[in-house]
Ligand binder design. Structure first.
Ligand code: PRP
Length: 171
């Protein structure tokens, strides 16, 4: 059963707040947004449309979960970004930070490519489940444990299309 956690209006407000923080921090500078597929595709598309900086967007596909709700603890890069980021202001756009394994791997890989700056924007932060110490620079919501779906986030590849964010509750 799904129980609504964040409504589309609450998400919209959070996205606008994050966009405003990013605009304040970057002035007129160019930003390269790196969307972590698949979960972040809706968040990224909403976020970048609220930001007026000259921007590029690129897509990185990593896979850290099998089917089900628990992490296998493995992070594999299955689709790399297409353009270089050396000397660029890069923001990784992530739907949810859970154990932190995915972002740590991605951040280290991107840092090796010598961006001018590298920050993380995450819509959801599940701090209680962290296995590695990594924090988002821009965070929409913090939440306790619980498996969430909707707004791009899946459970066994389903529910990405839901406009609100729900928590999966056992019946
Ligand atoms: C999910 C989520 C994050 C990651 C967070 O991705 O979108 O990228 O797990 O978990 P972690 O902090 O424990 O590493 P998933 O691998 O399910 O792929 P998806 O984005 O394609 O759904």
């Amino acid at each position: 059963m799904l129980k609504k956690l964040f409504s589309r209006d609450e998400i919209d407000s959070a996205v606008k707040r994050l966009a405003s923080q990013i605009e304040d921090d970057y002035g007129d500078e160019k930003i390269v947004f790196i969307c972590l597929l698949k979960g972040s595709f809706i968040f990224t598309s909403d976020l970048i449309r609220q930001i007026r900086n000259p921007s590029r967007v690129d897509f990185l596909r990593v896979s850290s979960y099998g089917y089900g709700t628990s992490s296998k603890g493995e992070v594999t890069i299955t689709k790399d970004i297409e353009d270089g980021i050396e000397g660029e202001n890069v923001i990784i756009v992530e739907d949810i930070i859970d154990s932190g394994l995915t972002l740590t791997r991605v951040r280290n890989m991107l840092q090796d490519r010598k961006p001018k700056s590298l920050r993380i924007c995450a819509l959801l932060d599940k701090k209680a489940r962290r296995k590695i110490n990594i924090e988002g620079d821009y965070v929409g919501f913090t939440l306790e444990d619980g498996f969430v779906v909707g707004y791009g986030i899946d459970f066994d590849e389903m529910y990405r299309n839901l406009a609100d964010i729900f928590v999966v509750v056992e019946e």
